[in-house]
Structures are given as structure tokens and as C-alpha cells.
Design a protein around this ligand. Structure first.
Ligand code: ADP
Ligand code: MG
Ligand code: MG
Length: 919
């Protein structure tokens, strides 16, 4: 009898009254009791994998027996300076004995050996981060015993060499290359391509060579004692929780570092026992587009990660129906039950051992944005989840990803025709990416961080590559399928990915790849389409997404609209923006900036002439009349596009010098003209212009003559804008269009400013309405973008029917920093070093700016209870800021038209969270 067994007995200590560190898969009830009944608690205790295995066992799914060592044991192990907590090992050995009984095999017994896998599993799945050791419990003597039992020496030595290889690399930290090189060499010598073509004697020899590699690297022999193997493997899993790869991944995915990982020890089942055995992975729905159809791959006569490692090309799961009907039917039955049970799309692992199906893992599957949205919508329609849950399951990131640019179809067709399409692969993660090829993770990371668009190109990817993948715009591999490491990571982080593009001959050493006669070198630009799997040489033109065709997203956002309290408006300066805003579901225009209308080419000279004229002079009037014609058309277009919805129009805001040519340029021109001396009239004009520009110069233009101050100093300009607006409104009203203009004054500090402007606006409005014989439903209000305005909001509200928070300026003036200067120089350093938690120009600073907003809302409503309040700064499109606006009781947020879908969802999330729904 093997020494291991004798040893085991001596180690099999008595059960003491210590904490329970170990749960058999069929003890899930005890685990539930230990955590007070919550399934989330069980997941935290046993890890995602362990709790899933236990839950499947309870549901009667065929799961190879095993047990989990808890995450608490892992944390305790780290806390105790890498020592097993008291009683843990004894409990594990006892559990192993219980498994021996179930499996009718004995660990370490050559006559009838039990082999196990040792698998890590934290609360949240971390793909590829902590590796599994298979076939644990084998040694020289047991291998011989197994050959007697199975009459299959090839299988046994394949299993044994895998153990030495995995144990060597995962547990002892030997690089994989020396092992893989030996296999490659063996195949070359034999003149075969695939691992399956190696025979028993090859694996026997390789097993010997692997042992040598092991001994050379470690300085001692591969441990023959199965219990020693088990002990070291458990320790390795515990340690890997704090390994660099795992820490990096947790940082990237936002998973806390104090959860710990569980260890699962499970009876081995073998997919590599000949052609009636196999192994595979599958998703219950398509993780790429959400289609409700089984999606996955399998390989016959293979073990463990062979399917995902890209060693052989796997077969689509749909083929299993034809090849092994009974197994397939059982499989379909199990996975559809699992999906109903977990109320989400499942990602499962299975193995068929000599015709018998075993389930090895189930978890909520990772998916693309497109897939996430479709699955949420369809599951709600199937009645599996509620509409509220569907809305909570889709993130604002998903929406952004779905609405990111795609390649222009014509450009693509042309590139194909012209021969620039250099390959196709698996469409693993959608999106159009253009970048320069980088052949390793370090370079991809370096270039990516330096702001270059990079496509990382690798034969296949490994966990160590993740940081490079995250810094890349796209990922391209020549090996592996839709479930390969590259594909899984890419989908999770929304990076476009094409994998398994087999035509690409990637030569990492020489930093290039060849496809036919085309050679692509490091630094060359390529384009990949992760949605179609195509790879192009050079840069392809990208186009904006087509919201109209996104039927699932539209349905989901329709539900979101039912739940949200905030209105969603758009910032739109032109009729086309207003139309887009409507198409995306906007309910109004929260900010229409009139200055943009002044910058157009044919108008600028008129604007300049107007500025140069004396205030209130006939010349000023003449120029203003010309401008009014343009303004009229602009307002007509926007109000018409937003038929029935409110449109908030802001009177001219920026300092006038912004419309003038720059002084230095003029000086140069004047110098040239003086030198030539032949065009005195032109010189005179330029000199006049210079004087005018000089006169408009300010030390601090953003704090100077702008906004309402300008409107007061140049009243005719204000009146022209109001007249153009009301004439357009009256004309539309006559045409039967419903208009709700709201006139907004900017950069106000004092209620008296608002009062004066209001009087001016109302006078012109009355005049025009009378002339047209119509009555327009309109409002007059002010922006709140200076601290004094917020603090005196009760007074401002006396003359304002609405407030709109201009959070860009409010942030600048509250912090006393100018954004353009700050972001280039110190602000990002502030955020990086943690002096500021976030960039306050991206996410509202709740403590300071947010305080002013809440104050202004409260004071404004005290004066005028029905005052309408909203936000029109860039923050209006930021999900966290939107949540703040919801909590501050605003009526609406206004953002760029493209951000509207995100804002609709974020507003619904805020409302649902308030009701207790969780993401
Ligand atoms: P990961 O967390 O990386 O998915 P797993 O622990 O799930 O790692 O295992 C890696 C591979 O080994 C998977 O293909 C899995 O199905 C397989 N495997 C794990 N345990 C066993 C077992 N007891 N019998 C057969 N295959 C197993
Ligand atoms: Mg793994
Ligand atoms: Mg797995």
C-alpha cells in the first residue's frame, strides 16, 4: 500500500470544536445557516464556483463530489502569516474521506485511486486569474495502478504529465515554456501537429522529462505524496489571492481586496478517456449578441482548458445534438433549469466521461453590451425578471458601448474590394477599432498610456496580458475561439476583439505578422471589426451608431422612462441637434446657445461690424437687423423640431472679443501693408480693427463683460434676439406648431440684473405678440452659475420662472480655478494623488458645488414653489452627477444629444435605487 495512505491516517486528526472551514458540496444548507440564510452570504463564504457547485448538487445536477474550503480560511491564512487556520487541514482531510466514499475510490490508493482537481473561486469570477490544478493525487505508483484499471496508458501518462506541468507552473511558479517547448519538440520529431497524435510512449517519456524540468527548477523532486500535493496546492490558491495578477484584475474590475478566495477540491472526471469522452464550455444565450440560443464549443478526447486554450480548433455545441443526442438533450435540460434558477444567462463547463455527462461549473455569463441589453429585455418579456430588474441590469457603460462608432459600410466595402481586408477571425467582442499594432502587453500598455491608439496583436493572450489589453483600443489574436481568454476579457471590458484569425502568421520575435504577401510591422496602422471578425490594413472611416435600429435598447429605455423622475433635455444649438435630441428621447432643449449661431462664416463679418459700431447708433441697428434675419431662421428651426416641448434659449453669453480676429494676426497684416505702402485704405481698415480689438481686450474675459452684463450694456442686441425669437414663435404658432420658449439670461450675480433683463424681454415680447395678434406661452429665467447667485437664489427667484445650473462656470467660480488652465497643469495630478477624489469638471463636487445647488433649489422654491430647476452643464450627461441631481430634487438634466440614452438610464437607476432596487 502507498506510503501516502499511511501518512494520511496519521494526519487525520480528530475533529475539534473549531470553526467550520470546510463544506462538502452537499452541505450547502449548513453554509446557509452559517451566514444567516442569504445566498449572497453563501457566495461570499464558498466563492462563486463553490456555491454554484453546491447549489447544483442540491438541485440534483450531476456534479462530481467535492468540498470547498472557505474564503474565511483564506483570509485567516494570510492574517496568520501563511499558516492554515487551526483545524482546517483536519476538516479538509475528513471531507476528502467523505468524498472517497461517494466516489468509491481512495485518495492515494494505487489499486483504486481518487484523483481530484484543486480550483480557486472567489465571490466574483475572475477569469484566468487563479489557475486550477487537475489530476492531483497521481504519482509513479498510482499511474501504474491506473493503467491496470483503465488499460489506457496514453490517457494515464497524459494525465500525469499535465499534473506535473500544472503543479509545476501553478503551484511552484515554474514558467510554462520549458514544458510546452518539450511538447512542441516531441510533435516535431514525430512529424505530427496535434497533441492527440502523441501516443502513450510519448507521454511516458514526456512525463519523465517534465519531472526533470521540475527538479531542475525547484531543486527537489516532484512530490510523490498525494497529501503533500494537496497541501501545497491549497496554499498556492490562498497565496494567489494576493498575487500581482489577481490584484491588478481586482483593481481594474473594482472588486474589493478583502474578500479572499475559496478552494474547491473535487473528484476528477475525465474528458480525455478516448473518443466517447470530451469537455466543453457553453453559454445559455449568445454572449455577443444576446440571441436566445445555446452558444459554445467542445472537444472530444480532451481535458480541462484544452477547449479555451486554442490548442485544437473546437467544435460548435450545436454539433453535439447530432453526435450524442441523449447527452445533448440532458445537457439542454440541465442548462435551461440553471438559467431559470439563477434568473440570468449562464456560462457552464461540462465534461463527458465515457458517455456520462458531468457539470463542472455554472456562473452568470459575461457578455457584451449588446447581449446584456437584449438578454435583459427578453428575460423581462419572458417573465423571468421584472422590468425594473431589467433596467437595473443594464449599465450606463453598456449603453455607451452600444452607441460607440462603427465602420462606415461603404468604406468597408471599398477596402474589401481593394484588397485591404487581410483576414477574418472570430467576432469575439464588437466595436470598430483603429490603432497601431503592438506585439506585447508591455508595449501596448506603454503606448496606450501615452495616448496612442493601439491594437494589441498576439497569437493568444494570457492573464499577464490583461493590463496591455485594457490599454488597447482593440485586440487581435490568431488562435482561440469565442471563449478564449482574449475574447472573455475583451467582452468584459468592452474592448473590440477579433480572435482566432488563423491566416495571420504572427512572428512575435520579429515584431510583425504576415498574411499572404502582406507584412504588417509593429507600429503599422490596422483596423479591426469585432462585430464581424474582419481585419483590415490601414485606417477605416468610422460612423456614428444608428440608434433607430437598436430595438432592444429603445424598449429598455422606454421602461426606464416609466421609472425615472428627472426629465431629460438636450443641449442643442441647431435644428439638427434638436431633431437628434428628440430621436434619442429628449423631452426638451435645456440649453440653446445663441452665440454658436454668430460664428457661422457668412454671419461673422456682420457680427464684427455690429460690435464695432457705437452702441445704440443707427449703424448698430442696421447690422442687428441683418443678424435678426438669421436668428429668426435658427429659432424657427429649433422650436419647430421640438414641437410641443420646452426650449430654453440663452441670450448671448461670451465676451465680444471672441468674435473678433486676433490682435497679433492683425498687427502682422498691418506691418506688411505698411511695408508695401500701396493699399492705404486697407491699412486704415486694419488699423481701425486693431484699435477696436484692443478696446475689447480684458485681463480676465471670463469674469468681464459677458452674459447679462453684455445684454445690459448693449440693450439693442438683447432686444434683437428676443424679437427674432418671438417673431419665429408667433409665426410657428400661426402654422399650428406648439411652442414653449424659455428665455434665459446668463452670468447673473444680482437679482437686479435679472429684473432689468426681464423687463426688457417682456416689453419686446408684448410688442411682437401684439403685432402678430398671438399669445405665446413663455418663461423668463436665469442661469445659476456664480456662487452669489446661488446664495441669493430666493431673490433671484422673484424675477425667474426657472433656474438652470451652469455647473461648468459654477465649478470654476466655486473652486476659483479656470478649467482650461487647471486640467492642463495641476488638476489631474490632484486627482491622481488623491487630493481631489474626482475631477470636479467631470463629476459634480457634491460637497461644495453640490451644496450651492441644494441651497439654491431650496431658496428658489421658498420664493416660488413651482420654479423649474435643471442643470445644463456637461455634468448633465455624467451618471453619478445625474444621481446627485435626482437626489437634489431637480426637475431635469440637460446634456449633449448623444448622451441622452445614458441620461435616461442613469435617471431611472437613481429612482429605482431610491426604491431599494440593486444593480
Ligand atoms: P477557471 O476558474 O479558470 O474557469 P476551473 O477551476 O473552472 O478554472 O477549471 C479549469 C478547467 O478544468 C475547466 O475546464 C474545468 O472544467 C476543468 N476542471 C476543473 N475541475 C475538474 C474536475 N474535477 N474534473 C474535470 N475537469 C475539471
Ligand atoms: Mg483558469
Ligand atoms: Mg472554470
Amino acid at each position: 500500500m502507498a506510503t501516502a495512505t499511511a501518512d494520511a491516517k496519521s494526519r487525520n486528526g480528530k475533529q475539534t470544536a473549531t470553526k467550520k472551514w470546510v463544506y462538502l458540496f452537499d452541505e450547502v444548507k449548513l453554509a446557509e445557516e452559517a451566514v444567516g440564510g442569504s445566498w449572497d452570504g453563501v457566495r461570499a463564504l464558498l466563492g462563486g464556483k463553490g456555491s454554484g457547485l453546491a447549489d447544483m448538487t442540491r438541485a440534483g445536477v450531476p456534479v462530481p463530489p467535492g468540498f470547498s474550503i472557505t474564503t474565511e480560511a483564506c483570509n485567516e491564512y494570510s492574517a496568520k502569516g501563511q499558516q492554515f487556520p487551526e483545524g482546517m487541514w483536519e476538516q479538509a482531510v475528513n471531507a476528502l474521506h467523505a468524498v472517497e466514499v461517494k466516489a468509491a475510490k481512495t485518495f492515494g490508493d494505487a489499486a483504486n485511486p481518487l484523483l481530484v482537481s484543486v480550483r480557486s473561486g472567489a465571490k466574483f469570477s475572475m477569469p484566468g486569474m487563479m489557475d486550477t490544478v487537475l489530476n492531483l493525487g497521481l504519482n509513479d505508483e498510482i499511474a501504474e495502478g491506473m493503467i491496470k484499471l483503465t488499460s489506457d496508458a496514453r490517457f494515464v501518462y497524459d494525465a500525469y504529465r499535465r499534473l506535473i506541468q500544472m503543479f509545476g507552473s501553478v503551484v511552484m511558479g515554474i514558467a510554462d515554456e520549458p514544458f510546452e517547448d518539450l511538447i512542441t519538440e516531441a510533435k516535431q520529431k514525430k512529424g505530427v501537429k496535434s497533441d492527440v497524435d502523441l501516443a502513450a510512449e510519448d507521454w511516458l517519456r514526456l512525463t519523465g522529462e517534465f519531472k526533470k524540468v521540475y527538479a531542475e527548477h525547484i531543486g527537489s523532486d516532484f512530490p510523490q505524496d498525494p497529501y503533500k500535493q494537496l497541501e501545497l496546492a491549497i496554499q498556492a490558491v490562498f497565496k494567489s489571492w494576493n498575487g500581482k495578477r489577481a490584484v491588478d484584475y481586482r483593481n481594474a474590475a473594482g472588486i474589493p481586496h478583502n474578500l479572499g478566495t475559496a478552494v474547491n477540491v473535487q473528484t476528477m472526471v475525465f474528458g480525455n478517456m478516448g473518443e466517447s469522452s470530451g469537455t466543453g464550455v457553453a453559454f445559455t444565450r449568445n454572449p455577443s449578441n444576446g440571441d436566445k440560443k445555446l452558444f459554445g464549443d467542445y472537444l472530444m478526447n480532451a481535458q480541462g482548458e484544452d477547449v479555451v486554450a486554442g490548442i485544437r480548433t473546437p467544435i460548435s455545441i450545436s454539433n453535439l445534438a447530432a453526435e450524442k443526442k441523449a447527452v445533448f438533450d440532458q445537457f439542454v435540460d440541465i442548462v435551461s433549469k440553471l438559467e431559470k434558477h439563477y434568473r440570468d444567462m449562464q456560462d457552464v463547463e461540462f465534461t463527458i466521461e465515457r458517455g456520462k455527462l458531468w457539470m463542472l461549473q455554472t456562473r452568470n455569463g459575461k457578455r457584451t453590451a449588446r447581449s446584456a441589453i437584449r438578454i435583459a429585455v427578453e428575460m423581462a418579456e419572458e417573465g423571468v425578471i421584472s422590468k425594473e430588474e431589467a433596467v437595473m441590469r443594464v449599465t450606463t457603460e453598456h449603453v455607451l458601448q452600444l452607441l460607440h462608432p462603427q465602420f462606415d459600410a461603404d468604406a468597408k466595402a471599398k477596402a474589401r474590394k481593394d484588397g485591404w481586408m487581410i483576414g477574418t477571425g472570430v467576432n469575439a467582442s464588437p466595436g470598430a477599432a483603429v490603432g497601431v499594432a503592438a506585439f506585447d502587453a508591455d508595449l501596448a500598455e506603454k503606448w496606450g498610456k501615452a495616448g496612442k491608439a493601439v491594437i494589441m496583436v498576439r497569437p493568444e493572450t494570457q492573464p499577464d496580458d490583461v493590463r496591455g489589453m485594457l490599454a488597447s483600443k482593440g485586440i487581435l489574436t490568431s488562435r482561440g475561439g469565442a471563449t478564449s481568454h482574449a475574447a472573455v476579457v475583451a467582452r468584459q471590458f468592452g474592448v473590440p476583439c477579433v480572435c482566432g484569425a488563423e491566416a495571420l502568421d504572427i512572428d512575435v520575435r520579429n515584431r510583425m505578422f504576415k498574411v499572404g504577401s502582406v507584412i504588417v510591422r509593429e507600429g503599422d496602422t490596422i483596423s479591426i471589426d469585432g462585430g464581424s471578425g474582419e481585419v483590415f490594413f490601414g485606417e477605416l472611416v468610422r460612423v456614428e451608431p444608428d440608434f433607430a435600429r437598436e430595438q432592444y435598447l429603445r424598449k429598455l429605455l422606454g421602461w426606464a422612462d416609466e421609472f425615472r423622475r428627472l426629465g431629460i433635455y438636450a443641449n442643442a444649438d441647431y435644428p439638427q441637434d434638436a431633431r437628434r435630441a428628440r430621436e434619442y428621447g429628449g423631452q426638451g432643449v435645456g440649453l440653446c446657445r445663441t452665440e454658436h449661431m454668430f460664428f457661422q462664416e457668412e454671419r461673422l463679418p456682420i457680427v464684427q461690424a455690429m460690435i464695432l459700431s457705437e452702441p445704440n447708433s443707427p449703424e448698430e441697428l442696421t447690422q442687428l437687423q441683418k443678424l435678426q434675419v438669421f436668428q429668426h431662421d435658427d429659432f424657427y428651426g429649433i422650436l419647430k423640431a421640438m414641437d410641443g416641448y420646452p426650449v430654453i434659449i440663452r441670450l448671448l453669453d461670451p465676451p465680444l472679443h471672441e468674435f473678433m480676429p486676433d490682435h497679433e494676426g492683425l498687427a502682422l497684416r498691418a506691418a506688411g501693408l505698411r511695408l508695401m505702402g500701396d493699399r492705404p485704405n486697407e491699412l486704415k481698415k486694419v488699423e481701425e480693427l486693431m484699435t477696436a480689438v484692443e478696446g475689447l481686450r480684458e485681463f480676465n474675459p471670463m469674469l468681464g463683460l459677458r452674459g447679462t452684463r453684455l445684454g445690459i450694456m448693449r440693450p439693442e442686441l438683447t432686444k434683437m434676439q428676443v424679437r427674432a425669437l418671438f417673431e419665429a414663435a408667433c409665426q410657428l404658432a400661426k402654422e399650428g406648431v406648439v411652442v414653449h420658449p424659455e428665455i434665459m439670461v446668463a452670468v447673473t450675480n444680482h437679482a437686479n440684473e435679472v429684473k432689468l433683463m426681464r423687463e426688457m424681454i417682456v416689453a419686446v415680447a408684448n410688442e411682437v405678440q401684439e403685432a402678430y395678434g398671438c399669445s405665446i406661452d413663455y418663461k423668463v429665467g436665469t442661469m445659476i452659475e456664480l456662487p452669489r447667485a446661488a446664495i441669493t437664489a430666493d431673490k433671484m427667484a422673484e424675477y425667474s420662472e426657472f433656474f438652470s445650473f451652469g455647473t461648468n462656470d459654477l465649478t470654476q467660480t466655486t473652486f476659483g480655478i479656470s478649467r482650461d488652465d487647471a486640467e492642463g497643469k495641476f488638476l489631474l495630478a490632484y486627482v491622481e494623488t488623491g487630493l481631489l477624489p474626482e475631477n470636479p469638471f467631470q463629476q459634480i463636487d457634491e460637497e461644495g458645488v453640490g451644496y450651492l445647488i441644494r441651497l439654491a433649489v431650496e431658496k428658489g422654491r421658498a420664493t416660488r414653489p413651482d420654479i423649474e430647476v435643471g442643470i445644463c452643464g456637461e455634468h448633465g450627461g455624467d451618471p453619478k452627477s445625474i444621481a446627485f441631481c435626482h437626489s437634489a430634487g431637480l426637475n431635469y438634466v440637460s446634456c449633449s444629444p448623444f448622451r441622452i440614452p445614458v441620461a435616461r438610464l442613469a435617471a431611472a437607476h437613481a429612482a429605482l435605487k431610491e426604491k431599494g432596487y440593486k444593480a
